[in-house]
Design a protein around this ligand. Sequence first.
Ligand SMILES: [Fe+2]
Length: 205
Amino acid sequence: MTNAHRHKSGSQPWLHQKGTEIQPFGTVRQLPIGLSYEARMYACQRLNHLLADTQMLYALYKKHHWLMRGATFHQLHLLLDQHASAQLAVVDALAERVQSLGGVAVGDPRHAAEITSVPRPPDGVEEVPAMLSRLLEAHETILVNARDAAHRLAELGDDGSNDLLVSEVIRGGEAQAWFLAEHLVETPLVRLLPDAEPEAAPIRA
Ligand SMILES: [Fe+2]
């Protein structure tokens, strides 16, 4: 036995392995879950689109969490991170739903970027209201697609996907949009009424 053979038959990992693609993107395997091939194909296509959009929303939340500025920096910095974490959980749920239907989930962010409907932000920093508006618009894009997909998937008998879209993508997204939108209401932290004199204790000499 050569040294090379002895080496490989021991506990040495087989490194740098190359393989062929065993399931192309856009196909579904047959799984015994009582849903037709057509329903599972359609569901995977819609869910993958929403998965790509949600990956972009997650990334936008992290970007804006980092780039936030201004008097409410700390509050928004924390809020956007909280929303990002919730969106990451939605990403995982959507991807695993695609897998449970026999499909192939969009995994690579470069692939997600190719199929998303969420516009790319500038690489630099936008003004705070523009950052918040951008997040709201991404939410709305996802909500419109998710509602349409939820209706169609229910019609095809895919109640599991419908439930995921309604309870996590739609309800969660609507709640996050509400929290964001409240930050775009112009309410100064301090404002005097036009005729009011500021009340102050007299200064004693
Ligand atoms: Fe952070």
